[in-house]
Write a protein that binds this ligand. Structure first.
Ligand code: TXA
Ligand code: MG
Length: 325
């Protein structure tokens, strides 16, 4: 059954709701939709007006480019030059939480605004039935950043989207909580060697095994291009965040990890499972971001596998805060 259609009221993602969302997208409007990583704020990637509306709704600086979401590797090949490496990685990891930055095709229909004027475009095929059905119904690539205000914690439920974007979005498709919980891994394939721009839902070890090479992180390799979105304070709750805590100081909330974190207010994974911790990360940061606390202390998380993406998000959540939209 479809709920009453109010802006910012999540709709259960039935066939009728997807058709309605596709019509809104064709009209240049914005639709929030679930992916396996986080909820996306989608608009027609080929339409300047829709892409401009995404930047405005997020309060996102327009120099930070967007990912074009597609429903197949062949659809990606209409937007970017799918190199042999890109084809091989897509065959292995798509649909899934891997974003590939590739050279823009000369005849690419993607709005230059979406790629912030760069000569590359980030593409990804999400692993979520609602996202794939929506892209297919829209019949066009969807530009979609995470559906939060710029700099804030990414949404992993439709209710999070309603809370943070409210009436800035025409429609929210509700596909339940996101399975992975951290954003896609972003890999730059435009240079001589692949470079990691953002650790995410595909563990770096898995990518390295597939590529047969060690991946330099762009942040550690000055010649590699950087992901424009990766430098500022980001993923930030309102409260200050303190890392590698062994306990809470007076007034702090404690976010624990593993079986020893018995005194924690919330535990990312009592069993110490990094996949479970990634899936819980953003929802638990939101849940502890309450005025009765003066800060959020987070216990140490191991650095392997999805731990690299979790620690990346936590490090940015703990950054001193600059101005944000
Ligand atoms: O899991 C995800 O990737 C989610 C879901 C909705 O798909 N999307 C997401 O989008 O996280 P966003 O906009 O929050 O992050 C995209 C990242 C940013 O760091 C951006 O700078 C980078 O990808 N990016 C996009 N296009 C790029 C390009 N052409 N070159 C380098 N970096 C790019
Ligand atoms: Mg984001």
């Amino acid at each position: 059954m479809i709920a009453t259609i109010l802006p910012a009221t999540p709709l259960s993602a039935s066939g009728a709701a997807i058709a309605q969302a596709a019509a809104a997208l064709a009209d240049g409007q914005l639709v929030a939709f679930p992916t396996e990583t986080v909820y996306g704020l989608g608009g027609d990637a080929t339409c300047d007006r829709a892409v401009a509306a995404i930047f405005a709704a997020k309060g996102r600086p327009s120099f930070n480019p967007l990912i074009a979401h597609v429903a197949s590797p062949d659809a990606a090949a209409k937007l970017v030059e799918m190199t042999d490496t890109a084809r091989a990685l897509a065959a292995r990891f798509w649909p899934g939480p891997l974003t590939l930055v590739l050279p823009r095709r000369a005849d690419s229909p993607v709005s230059l605004l979406a790629s912030a004027g760069l000569d590359s475009i980030a593409v990804r095929m999400p692993d979520h039935p609602v996202a794939l059905a929506l892209i297919a119904a829209a019949g066009r690539p969807l530009a979609a950043p995470s559906a939060n205000r710029s700099g804030r914690v990414s949404p992993t439920t439709a209710q999070h989207v309603a809370q943070c974007l409210g009436r800035r979005v025409s429609l929210i498709l509700d596909g339940g909580p996101c399975r992975v919980g951290v954003e896609s891994t972003v890999l730059d394939l435009t240079g001589d060697r692949p470079a990691l721009l953002r650790p995410g839902g595909v563990a770096v070890e898995e990518l390295e095994a597939a590529l047969g090479v060690a991946l330099p992180h762009a942040a550690h390799s000055p010649e590699a291009p950087r992901s424009p979105g990766q430098l500022e304070s980001h993923y930030a709750p309102s409260l200050p965040v303190r890392l590698r805590a062994t306990g809470a100081q007076p007034g702090e909330a404690l976010l624990g990890f593993g079986p020893t974190a018995t005194g924690a207010d919330l535990n990312l994974s009592p069993a110490g499972d990094l996949g479970e911790a990634a899936a819980n990360l953003f929802a638990m940061l939101r849940a502890l971001d309450r005025p009765e606390f003066c800060g959020i202390a987070v216990m140490a998380i191991p650095g392997h596998g999805l731990g690299q993406a979790i620690n990346d998000r936590l490090r940015r959540a703990a950054q001193p805060r600059g101005p944000r939209g």
